[in-house]
Design a protein around this ligand. Structure first.
Ligand SMILES: [Zn+2]
Length: 112
């Protein structure tokens, strides 16, 4: 067995359990293959969910120390690789997280 792959699957399962089990749009239960981990630092994680049923996409952020997760629908055709190219430039700083958090909190569509 490839243990690295196992760890990845475990992480994906963790995000499925913690962040999102079901598609926001159609209610289909996410499969492990619908999950893509875009960024995973000790502090924050960015996870991309792509529903295998209705093809809707969501980006979820999980701020580990605060135990806060948010999900937003993505109205974009960007695929995971393209999203990764935005996020892999630098590590997310605490300041960035606070900014994202404040931004999400001020967005009435997002429940924090
Ligand atoms: Zn769906």
């Amino acid at each position: 067995m490839d243990s690295k792959k196992d760890i990845l699957l475990e992480k994906k399962q963790f995000f499925l359990d913690t962040v999102a089990r079901f598609c926001d749009k159609c209610g289909t239960q996410y499969a492990i293959n619908d999950v893509n981990i875009i960024q995973n630092t000790g502090v924050s994680s960015i996870i991309h969910f792509s529903c295998h049923n209705c093809k809707s996409k969501h980006i979820a952020t999980l701020i580990v120390p605060l135990g806060i997760s948010n999900r937003v629908a993505v109205n974009t055709d960007l695929d995971v690789k393209e999203i990764k190219s935005f996020t892999s430039e630098k590590e997310i700083s605490t300041q960035d997280i606070l900014e994202i958090y404040t931004c999400l909190k001020n967005n009435p569509k997002v429940v924090v």
